[in-house]
Design a binder for this molecule. Structure first.
Ligand code: 13P
Length: 259
C-alpha cells in the first residue's frame, strides 16, 4: 500500500523565526506513522535553516517553487539546482503562481523538467478556476495542464511524480464554497485516465494524486477516502499545529479503519 502524503504549504505566511517555532510544535505534537509521509513547505528563505532543525525521520522538506534555469543572470530567482540535496519535493504550478505570477503551461512544464533533472520530486498542482468550472471546462483544463506539464517526463520518471488536484475555487474558502468529496472523484478518475493515456496502466496506478483546497481536520478523512486519493496538500490549517496534527491523526485512523 502506498504511503499517504500530507504536505503543509505555509505559503508566504511565516518568517524564519515563526517557521522554526511552528516546526518545533510539529515535532512535539505530530505522531509519526510508518504509512504516512509528511512534508513541510516553508518559504524559500526558511528552507536552509529549517533543514538543520528538521528531524528527517519525521518530516521532509518541500519547496514552494523554484526557477527552471540552473544558473545565470536571473536576478531574484533560486534554481532547482540550488535546492538539490536540500528539499525532497517542490510544489510546481500552484494556482497562486499561475494566477498572481502569470505562470503559463509551458513555464510549469519547464519547472517540472528542471526539478526532475535535479533529483527533486515535483508536486504538480493543477485545477480549474470557478469560471472554467462554470463553463464546463474542468476536464479540458486538467487535460491541458497535465499533458503540458508532463511533456518532458519519461516513462522512467513518471512513477515518482506527484499530482495535486487543487480546484482554484476551493482554495482558502473555509466560509464559502468547499469541494464536495463526491464531486472530486470525477476529477481524480480523469487525472488517472490521462496518465494512463500518456504512460499506460502501471504508471497511472503508481503516480500519487493528492487533493488540496480548504482541507481541515474535519473533512480530511472524506477526501482521503476517495478512490485513488494518496494524500492532501494543506494550506491554512497547516499553520495551526493542533489542526495539522489532527489531520495527520485522521489519516492514520482511516488507514487503520479506526472511527
Ligand atoms: P488552503 O488549505 O488554505 O485552502 O490552501 C490550499 C492550498 O493552496 C495548498 O497548496
Amino acid at each position: 500500500m502506498k504511503k499517504t502524503l500530507i504536505i503543509a504549504n505555509w505559503k508566504m505566511n511565516l518568517d524564519t523565526h515563526e517557521a522554526s517555532t511552528l516546526l518545533h510544535r510539529y515535532h512535539e505534537t505530530i505522531q509519526i506513522h510508518r504509512d504516512i509521509e509528511i512534508a513541510v513547505a516553508p518559504s524559500t528563505l526558511s528552507l536552509q535553516p529549517l533543514s538543520v532543525e528538521l528531524d528527517r525521520r519525521k518530516f521532509r522538506l518541500c519547496a514552494q517553487d523554484a526557477y527552471f534555469k540552473d544558473e545565470g543572470p536571473y536576478t531574484g530567482e533560486v534554481s532547482f539546482a540550488m535546492l538539490q540535496g536540500l528539499v525532497h519535493y517542490s510544489l510546481i504550478g500552484h494556482s497562486a503562481r499561475r494566477v498572481y505570477f502569470g505562470e503559463t503551461l509551458e513555464t510549469v512544464r519547464d519547472k517540472v523538467t528542471a526539478a526532475v533533472r535535479n533529483g527533486i520530486t515535483p508536486v504538480i498542482c493543477i485545477g480549474e478556476t470557478k469560471q472554467e468550472r462554470d463553463d464546463g471546462e474542468t476536464k479540458q483544463v486538467i487535460h491541458d495542464q497535465l499533458t503540458t506539464a508532463l511533456s518532458n517526463i519519461t516513462s522512467d520518471d513518471i512513477e515518482e511524480i506527484v499530482i495535486a488536484y487543487e480546484p482554484v475555487w476551493a482554495i482558502s474558502t473555509f466560509e464559502g464554497e468547499v469541494a464536495k468529496p463526491d464531486d472530486m472523484q470525477k476529477a481524480f478518475d480523469y487525472i488517472r485516465f490521462q496518465v494512463k493515456e500518456l504512460y499506460g496502466a502501471r504508471a497511472s496506478e503508481a503516480v500519487r494524486v493528492l487533493y488540496g483546497g480548504s482541507v481541515n481536520e474535519h473533512d480530511v478523512r472524506a477526501y482521503l477516502a476517495l478512490s485513488g486519493c494518496n494524500g492532501v496538500l494543506v494550506g491554512a490549517a497547516s499553520l495551526n499545529y493542533a489542526k495539522f496534527s489532527a489531520i495527520v491523526d485522521s489519516a492514520y485512523r482511516l488507514h487503520h479503519q479506526v472511527e
